[in-house]
Design a protein around this ligand. Sequence first.
Ligand code: SF4
Length: 331
Amino acid sequence: MYPERIYYEPAIVNYELGEILKQKFNQVEWIPIENHNNIPQLRSNSNKEFGKMKRYIIIGVRKTHKYVENHKVSDFLVPYTSSGCSAACLYCYLVCNYNKCSYLRLFVNREQMMKKLLKTAAGASKDLTFEIGSNSDLVLENTITDNLIWTIERFAKQEKGYITFPTKFDMVEPLLSLNHRGRIIFRMSVNPPDIIKKVEFGTSPLKNRIHALNQMCEAGYKIGLLIAPVVLLEDWRTLYGQLIQQLADELSSKAKQGLIIEIIFMTYSYVHRAINSEAFPNAVELYDKSYMTGRGRGKYCYRDELRTEAEQFLRQQIAEKLGESTILYVV
Ligand code: SF4
């Protein structure tokens, strides 16, 4: 990605990565800002500008380093080197936090973040797992910053703990030869090709994602699979039945062995609807009154009966076609 414009906090030049990015993107306009969290000229843009703003990059210094306890695949959610994303999935969870300002922000103080990570891992009485990709897509970010390479090389020297991150991208080539020492858990998020095309704008095709997962597994990384989010369009049975069949056909035997699967149903919101209807007026409408119900504070989720039916269907398909795998959770 070569951004159209960069907004930056002047302090970034005090960091190695800040300097690297300044050199790398010296062909575009750099606009100084006071605070990456509040850029009045972008905040005041209309929802229509959402897609255009995704082509900007915001570069700053991360100030919040508070870990949040988590009990799914990790012990802690860690605020890491980026938040936001330059892809535009119609349901993106980041829109709930950042609204139309869910563009990609890069944080240059990676040394500080790594120091805390290493210290926390080393000081724990057991192997902790740190989720570093809950605010962004780090494989995509890595194509701009090389931060995953930088991170894996440093974290893997550690004798304790694991880091993990999910992705919807296939650009894993630079990670394959790294000496990761089994300390990294790479999780690929998948959806049926039709959903990727209609809903997950700017992400990698399913075939490439499966190939990337096989490659990472072959390179000795620990791996996982997310079927996420499950989007229930009218023909969902056909779409998800075919998805699981394609996974069974194209995942390598090594990748399928003991595969851990996470399943997450889509949630949606009033904010998503407002932004998507203006920014992507021709896109598929993900809110379906007969399928969804309110969940408080402008959020929607699938109705219980439908969700139960879909969960049973997915469990049965996985048991039938991906028998060696384990479903870690369904939410
Ligand atoms: S790839 Fe992930 S972070 Fe990026 S827009 Fe899609 S859901 Fe959001």
